[in-house]
Design a protein around this ligand. Structure first.
Ligand SMILES: Nc1nc2c(ncn2[C@@H]2O[C@H](COP(=O)(O)OP(=O)(O)O)[C@@H](O)[C@H]2O)c(=O)[nH]1
Ligand SMILES: [Mg+2]
Length: 181
């Protein structure tokens, strides 16, 4: 079975846990277990560099009810691009809590235009609560990853013609993409 390393990032409270649990377990959790939550957050702080380095695809989440969470994503994206050392990283921009239309402060067009400025990155408004676009967001990310390296080629041995650069290139591909090539 193919495994993908997906990383869900965004300010606290935007619904990262709720989206992940909805996708994996098909349930909406009003309050994610605070104990698990706490240790998860600590681990994330310690390992955020490694998460970014090893992550193959990124879900960047804000809440449509908070401009601050939307603004925070620019810095997060730049951090990812620095760590990955490329500007072509599988990514989906996600405006969560779209069931809270009456509390909306981030316009749909703001999301569309931010995604456009990120080189036409996929943009979706989601609701972990109402189960809108949750699996679509994760699935789109997986499709983007597969476009970089199709699954059937993931374990193929690719010979490099230039013996000078062979070890470096091989190491880079294994590290960045997480596949053995
Ligand atoms: N109405 C609504 N509330 C949500 C949604 N997603 C998460 N929440 C709520 O927002 C709060 C923070 O969610 P959580 O998943 O813990 O956010 P995290 O800090 O990003 O992991 C919780 O009270 C959730 O119940 C959503 O799509 N709609
Ligand atoms: Mg959480």
């Amino acid at each position: 079975m193919q495994e993908y390393k997906l990383v869900v990032l965004g300010t606290g409270g935007v619904g990262k846990s709720a989206l992940t649990v909805q996708f994996v377990q098909n349930i909406f959790v009003e309050r994610y277990d605070p104990t698990i939550e706490d240790s998860y957050r600590k681990q994330m702080e310690v390992d955020s560099y490694l998460y970014m380095k090893n992550g193959q695809g990124f879900l960047l989440v804000y809440s449509i009810t908070s401009q601050a969470t939307f603004a925070d994503l620019q810095e997060i994206r730049e951090q990812i691009l620095r760590v990955k050392d490329t500007d072509d990283v599988p990514m989906v921009l996600v405006g969560n809590k779209c069931d809270l239309e009456s509390e909306r402060v981030v316009g749909r067009e703001q999301g569309v235009s931010l995604a456009r400025s990120w080189g036409n990155c996929t943009f979706m408004e989601t609701s972990a609560k109402a189960k809108i676009n949750v699996s679509e967001a994760f699935t789109d990310l997986v499709h983007q990853i597969n476009q970089i390296i199709p699954p059937h080629q993931a374990h193929k041995v690719v010979p490099f013609s230039d013996p000078e650069t062979r070890p470096t290139k091989a190491a880079e591909i294994v590290n960045q993409r997480g596949y053995l090539i």
